[in-house]
Ligand binder design. Sequence first.
Ligand SMILES: Nc1nc2c(c(=O)[nH]1)N[C@H]1C(S)=C(S)[C@@H](COP(=O)(O)OP(=O)(O)OC[C@H]3O[C@@H](n4cnc5c(=O)[nH]c(N)nc54)[C@H](O)[C@@H]3O)O[C@H]1N2
Ligand SMILES: Nc1nc2c(c(=O)[nH]1)N[C@H]1C(S)=C(S)[C@@H](COP(=O)(O)OP(=O)(O)OC[C@H]3O[C@@H](n4cnc5c(=O)[nH]c(N)nc54)[C@H](O)[C@@H]3O)O[C@H]1N2
Ligand code: SF4
Ligand SMILES: [Mo]
Length: 697
Amino acid sequence: MASPTVFSVCGMCSVRCPIQVEVEDGAVRRIQGSRQCAGIQGALCARGAAGVALLNDDERPQFPMIREGARGEGKWRRATWDEALDYVAERLQAVRAKHGDASVLLSDRGGPFRDIYRAFLRGIGSPNYCNHDSACARNVQHAALSTFGFGRKDMAHDYKNAKHVVLQTRNIFEAINVKEVNQLLDGMAAGCKLTVIDIRATVTASKADNFFLLRPGTDYAFNLAIINVLLTSGLYDAAFAKAHILGLEEIQAFILPYTPAWAEQETGIPAERIVDLAEQLAQAAPAVVWHPGWMTARYQDSFYVCRTAYIINALLGAIGAKGGLPFANKPKDVGRKGLKSVLDIYPKPKGQRADGVGWQEDRTHFESGPGLLHLAFEAMATDKPYPVKAYIAHRHDPLMAYPDPTALKKLWDHLELLVAVTFTWSDTAWYADVVLPLSTYLERESILGSKNGLKPEFFVRHRAVEPRFDTKSEWEIYCGLAKRMGLDALAFSSIEDIWRFQLEGTGVAPEDFLAAGFVPLTDKPKYRTVEELAFGTPSGKIELVSSNLAKDGLGSLALYTSPAHPPVGRFRLTFGRCGVHTQGHTVNNPLLHAQVPENVLWINEDKADALGIEDGEVVEIIGRSHSGRIKAHVTPFIHPEAVFMLHGFGHDLPVESRARGRGVADQELMDHGLENWDRAGGGICMQEHFVSVHKIH
Ligand SMILES: Nc1nc2c(c(=O)[nH]1)N[C@H]1C(S)=C(S)[C@@H](COP(=O)(O)OP(=O)(O)OC[C@H]3O[C@@H](n4cnc5c(=O)[nH]c(N)nc54)[C@H](O)[C@@H]3O)O[C@H]1N2
Ligand SMILES: Nc1nc2c(c(=O)[nH]1)N[C@H]1C(S)=C(S)[C@@H](COP(=O)(O)OP(=O)(O)OC[C@H]3O[C@@H](n4cnc5c(=O)[nH]c(N)nc54)[C@H](O)[C@@H]3O)O[C@H]1N2
Ligand code: SF4
Ligand SMILES: [Mo]
């Protein structure tokens, strides 16, 4: 019997805020942010509050389903769990026998609960785990690795103590992480300045001290000019640079042509404003956060935008600084033992990855852990370096999350097995051979997670109520498959057994999570000094000049190439998020749908005028082979070269009555987009597409 208040974590997006769920007679009455968490204090975003609507929604997969008709036709056979798991296990075994263990691919959305299915994949003997990140933050991650030798999450953003925060391609008050939003608001209340660099005026921009509306795709020019000013005017932290930075002289020579006056031509931002920003930052240093960006799968040079952002932080001495980018602590950094990893039940498979990451020429500088999914998709069609014939999309909807779904389906048609594990319908689930329906986050528990930070912690998702339908938790699904496939060491029969396995030697017990859902591993935030830390680069320093990049024939900073202006009559297609939806998977949620039922097309008022388009009018947007109808949002607050729409709309599944036929899907307007990716950072270049907009006569 569940207790009246269950402490758990939200599952409406990938942030996983701590929550408390009030349960009455086996039903969820109310969800609020955890009152036990100082950074949350009861707060949730709108999506978190709409969790009850997800739970109560009947328009989600309710039982396992096996495809009967053609892929995507929507003819399903209802199956029992035994049938569905037997079916998947048998098909996986058949594919392994025919094409080898490595022919099985699994992709997900990353996160702290993935060890259970990664262990499953390892048990099978496949190295082909990928996450979603080549369509999200791979460029930032690789920029961090090349500059510091560790990942982007190994540093925190200390908004609360910052004196100046720069958000570039980052709309923090609409693309939300509740704790971060609260910290930034606290920081701003204490006098922190906010600078926003965007192509349109967002909610975040409306709160900025400095707002730069620049030409789409010219951020690299902007950043090079900032570096130019910092170095040529001696505004950088010379002592920090001497102690910790490698390659300053080379960069000093490289940036000489990239003056603010030059950048003005590119970005449209007056040179004196760029100089002024550099001066403001130098005054606030080292308590400065120049955000390196999050959704950075946008341009050919996005990797270098992220790298220059990190370089600017380094030049200001903000790396490792209080109020800057302090180092995130792992359990061992605060003298505690970390969780025992379920992943390590099986050794890392020895074979090479199908996406070529880590071994193929030009791909050695990429991080092999989550690989580059679009390249694994390519292998499905080419059978190079070897066949990929079974694919499990776990918490992943690549038909929405990658460009050009028509092309992607063709690649998937080479698969002998396509499985989707999900709690909402998605284009991918609809196209799958088997749908394994996951319980919503309120109806399932997870393995324990570990969060690094100034105060590292362990946390858990507790089951608040029993599943309304015939759905299961991840651990039940993968342990069930493991049992059927002879992977006995992974065939746990209860979640408590898994928790006890993970907690071995940590001094923490499963019961310790009941009171708050998380267990902090230290009382106070711990700031480690930069002197205490070895950078993971080959030189042990912050590498402005990177030997790893050079090995793959890449520049440490690329020569600047001006992004194309849209051809006459066309616009650069740009996209982003709003505060009340998560990607594409909440648009059919009754409460959230009521808030924002469809996306609209932001278009600059002068351009709209010239096309005779009025605010609110339905217009046609045309890509190379797809088009759609969408309401125009005519505004002065977007750069004239761009049109902008929210991502995640334009659903057409018959099982989603609310979302169906509302708005336009941006990914469909990105023909050949799977082939356009950044060789330096690995990210897809999703904003290198042009569209035309027409009045409907
Ligand atoms: N509410 C909500 N919050 C979310 C999510 C969600 O779906 N909904 N998703 C989460 C995820 S997975 C991610 S990755 C993050 C994404 O977080 P963000 O990256 O902050 O969010 P986006 O809205 O994708 O993009 C940020 C801004 O980039 C701007 N932009 C577009 N092109 C350019 C350009 O050329 N230059 C500059 N300077 N700006 C440009 C857009 O106008 C937009 O305002 O949000 C997370 N938080
Ligand atoms: N054109 C375009 N493409 C984009 C973006 C864009 O802005 N424009 N944004 C990119 C970004 S930043 C990202 S992060 C990706 C996101 O891409 P995805 O990760 O594919 O997006 P989601 O909608 O969050 O989740 C996909 C599916 O997983 C299910 N799901 C959600 N939570 C869970 C869970 O805990 N377990 C399981 N098993 N299933 C779950 C959802 O119901 C949904 O069906 O898309 C990227 N692609
Ligand atoms: S940011 Fe919102 S949706 Fe995401 S975990 Fe937190 S409350 Fe849930
Ligand atoms: Mo993302």
